[in-house]
Design a binder for this molecule. Structure first.
Ligand code: CMP
Length: 139
């Protein structure tokens, strides 16, 4: 089915001017960027966005990292977009990511792993609505 997933190009990637290269990976995989905005997340935004991880030992460091520079928040649309995006991102830890994936090729560490992508349709809907109004999604 045609799906939408939420994506973030993280501060480690914007700092190294990788936005275009990462967007090319999405487009080459058949994902359409139907909404996109460059922002500097506030601490409150990052804490709320990653709220499910707040008991994890890496939470404070993750929030500090995600507010350390600009990010690009985006909505990707395509057939099976959620799973497709997870395939091309690769494993969370770049050390475990398959060859040719975004994280294998670009990520610096398990934290500075260049991209975020929704893990389920339910979370995709929540994450998209957190950053975008319906009228900003232009298929
Ligand atoms: P993301 O897919 O955005 O979801 C949670 C983020 O926490 C993850 O990518 C990483 O950036 C970060 N993180 C840092 N340490 C870990 C860890 N040990 N396991 C999972 N995620 C981690």
């Amino acid at each position: 089915a045609l799906e939408r997933t939420f994506s973030i190009i993280k501060p480690d990637a914007t700092r190294r001017n990788l936005t275009g290269k990462i967007n090319a990976r999405f487009e080459e995989a058949g994902l359409r960027i139907v909404a996109q905005r460059r922002i500097w997340m506030t601490q409150a935004q990052a804490e709320t966005f990653y709220g499910v991880h707040k008991e994890r030992p890496f939470f404070n460091s993750l929030v500090a990292f995600m507010t350390s520079g600009p990010v690009v928040v985006q909505v990707l649309e395509g057939e099976g977009a959620i799973a497709r995006n997870r395939e091309i991102m690769g494993a969370t830890n770049p050390a475990n990511a398959a060859a040719g994936t975004i994280r294998k090729d670009f990520a610096e560490s398990v934290e500075a792993n260049s991209v975020h992508g929704s893990d389920s349709p339910e979370n995709a809907a929540i994450e998209i609505a957190y950053f975008f109004a319906g009228h900003e999604l232009v298929g």
